[in-house]
Design a protein around this ligand. Structure first.
Ligand SMILES: [Zn+2]
Length: 244
């Protein structure tokens, strides 16, 4: 019996390291396996977890580095952490180097992402309206909620909630602006890298009304929906920042 180790590398194929046991007499093979050891997405400053389409954090497993969606969350949270460190001399969201935990594949078909007060969670979306919400500005937006929670006492409802939302948008815009080659659309559109539905982005800080949001305090949403219009009214402060 011969043990043959092969390597499969290439741009068109998934990397693999097949181990094949071959009968030395007749060349037949009845045992083969892939010996590629995937590295879990775990570093000193952040981790990426796989929710496997569920909602229970206790059932999540450390994501595999071959998981492109979890990898995007990890990389893009890293971009945001780097920017907070460079631009604001801030180590992680609470300023003391806390490990940032990214939970990818949250709930099957979930078209959103959120900060829950401790960790980041990202849906895979449905592929039609949107792709996975692990793109740079959405990850930056959600991580920024964690920063804002730690530095400001903004109740997440009504006008203070809209300021919470707008400040997250402003941090996300600043983080995207710091990336090489960033265009005005990259910076002021939110969600343009995953949003398929018209108009191709989720919000526009330069023109909030174009996505049905508000840009003027006297015409703001005053209902109790959306926690008192926290997203819909965020356009007022977002546009204010855009016009500075
Ligand atoms: Zn938000």
């Amino acid at each position: 019996m011969w043990r043959v180790q092969m390597e499969q590398m290439g741009e068109q194929t998934e990397p693999a390291m097949p181990i094949v046991f071959v009968d030395a007499k007749d060349g037949s093979s009845n045992l083969r396996y892939d010996d590629l050891q995937h590295v879990a997405l775990k570093g000193d400053d952040q981790e990426a977890w796989d929710m496997k389409g569920g909602t229970r954090y206790s059932s999540a497993v450390l994501a595999d580095s071959a998981d492109a969606t979890a990898n995007d969350a990890y990389v893009h949270a890293g971009l945001s952490l780097d920017d907070f460190a460079v631009a604001h001399n801030r180590d992680s969201f609470e300023g003391g180097g806390a490990v940032v935990k990214n939970y990818a594949h949250h709930e099957r078909g979930y078209v959103n992402a959120f900060w829950n007060g401790g960790v980041l969670s990202y849906g895979d979306a449905d592929g039609a309206r949107s792709g996975p919400l692990v793109i740079p500005d959405i990850v930056a937006h959600e991580l920024s909620h964690g920063v804002i929670d730690c530095i400001a006492d903004l109740v997440y409802a009504n006008e203070s909630g809209a300021l919470h939302e707008a400040t997250s948008e402003i941090f996300a815009a600043a983080i995207e602006a710091a990336q090489p080659g960033a265009t005005a659309d990259d910076i002021w559109h939110i969600g343009e890298d995953c949003w398929n539905a018209s108009p191709g982005y989720r919000r526009d800080m330069a023109d909030p009304v174009s996505t049905g949001d508000h840009d003027y305090s006297l015409t703001r949403d005053t209902s109790t929906s959306d926690s008192g219009g926290v997203h819909w009214n965020s356009g007022i402060a977002s546009l204010f920042f855009r016009l500075l």
